[in-house]
Design a protein around this ligand. Sequence first.
Ligand code: C2G
Length: 128
Amino acid sequence: MKTVITYGTFDILHFGHINLLRRARALGDRLVVGLSSDEFNRGKHKSSLLNYANRKVVLEAIRYVDEVFPENNWEQKISDIAKYGASIFVMGDDWKGKFDFISEYCEVVYLSRTEGISTTEIKQTLGN
Ligand code: C2G
């Protein structure tokens, strides 16, 4: 059983997120997702429109996602990898290089980001 792990805010879900989750899941037999808590998002200077409970329900409904757990801080990834027995850590390549330290614990894969869509752009469009 090869477990893949990834993290994110996943606010206002769009095909960029789905592209990431689908490809991450395809690398193993199950995908677990660390979903940024509302508190952690404030620390990332990202306010999500949808709160954690709402974003969690949406993420859990995706066929590529097997389990969702809270991401509360930057430091929990290594213990999460042990807790979930993850052998592949995946992030979009806007994070390329930022998580290379994790390669001591499991394989690190950066997948190409889907261009032309972002929650920020959607929020700006909504705001106009
Ligand atoms: N993503 C993508 N293409 C997009 C938008 C997002 O591939 N057009 C990917 C990102 O690269 C990330 C994932 O989808 O791997 C989730 O994106 P966000 O919800 O924006 O998450 P982020 O703010 O990058 O938080 O500890 C890591 C952080 O929690 C990641």
